[in-house]
Design a protein around this ligand. Structure first.
Ligand SMILES: C[S@@+](CC[C@H](N)C(=O)[O-])C[C@H]1O[C@@H](n2cnc3c(N)ncnc32)[C@H](O)[C@@H]1O
Length: 260
């Protein structure tokens, strides 16, 4: 079954081009993309394969989740390589991918869709900000791969996801930063010389560093580091039950499966 591929643009009339924020380095991405599509057999890192194995492991927990009637949504989908590979052996109704990086979603994702054959009726590739995306449709599977920690309004994101997920649907949040105990300990030790060098040692509260003090956000990359307690709090406030999975192999990551 050859899917209809629709390219939808939610951003062109928007004066604020969000793709210029930190996702516009198409040049840097080309070699990785060639590997992703099997055009190059050697990759300098096997991160993509690690992510694929982890996603397969999570999806295998729900062998009956993806059905012929399933509607699947990937948020901040990038080139969709991961999703299309994991889904390539399944039949499903539709796939919607949304990202505000033009080249990822409107150039590479289309190539990925045609190279990695998809057994579905329709693929919508949307260039836009997820917060501007509305759909009547409820989704059975929602995927956020290396995406959740890039959203600066996580609670708003989760509440929107809750309204878009079907009653027995499942959300996969993958590729969240996870710091091994050893790394957390080094960061803790490094905190005190930093305090003194920055002459902020008089602030008594900084003697008990918060997670955020140890792992501050990176505004250039758009990365926010949440503690496990932060995740629990966000999931509870958006009325989700969750399960957590830790992948310790380098680069260590964590994943969450959410249900209503
Ligand atoms: C680290 S990449 C992950 C891409 C892909 N999911 C993967 O696993 O390779 C993060 C992506 O999030 C997208 N993004 C971040 N915030 C977004 C938003 N509010 N709406 C749509 N896309 C967003 C960026 O354009 C970027 O492609």
């Amino acid at each position: 079954m050859n899917p209809n591929i629709n390219k939808i643009d939610l951003l062109s009339n928007n004066s604020l081009d969000l793709s210029k924020e930190y996702w516009d380095e198409e040049r840097n991405e080309k070699p990785k993309f060639r590997f992703d599509l099997g055009l190059e057999l050697i990759s300098k890192d096997n991160k993509a394969l690690k992510e694929l194995a982890e996603f397969k492991q999570l999806l295998n927990r729900y062998p009956n989740l993806v059905k012929e009637s399933s509607d699947i949504l990937s948020i901040a989908c990038g080139n969709c390589w991961l999703e299309f590979n994991v889904l390539s052996s399944k039949k499903y109704n539709s796939f919607t991918g949304i990202d505000f990086s033009y080249h990822r979603v409107h150039k590479y994702a289309e190539i990925a869709a045609s190279k990695i054959i998809q057994n579905c009726n329709v693929i919508d590739l949307i260039y836009g900000d997820f917060f501007n995306f509305n759909s009547e449709k409820k989704f059975d599977v929602i995927i956020l791969s290396k995406a959740f920690h890039h959203f600066d309004e996580p609670l708003r994101l989760l509440r929107k996801l809750n309204s878009m997920l079907s009653e027995d649907g499942i959300i996969f949040i993958m590729g969240e930063n996870y710091f091994l105990r050893r790394v957390r300990f080094y960061k803790f030790l490094a905190h005190f010389p930093k305090l003194i060098l920055r002459k902020s040692y008089r602030d008594v509260s900084s003697l008990f560093p918060s997670y955020n003090d140890l792992f501050p956000p990176s505004y250039t990359k758009g990365d926010i580091n949440y503690s496990y307690r932060d995740y629990c709090d966000l999931f509870t406030r958006s009325l989700f039950k969750h399960e957590r999975f830790i992948f310790k192999e380098k680069p260590s990551t964590q994943a969450f499966i959410l249900k209503k």
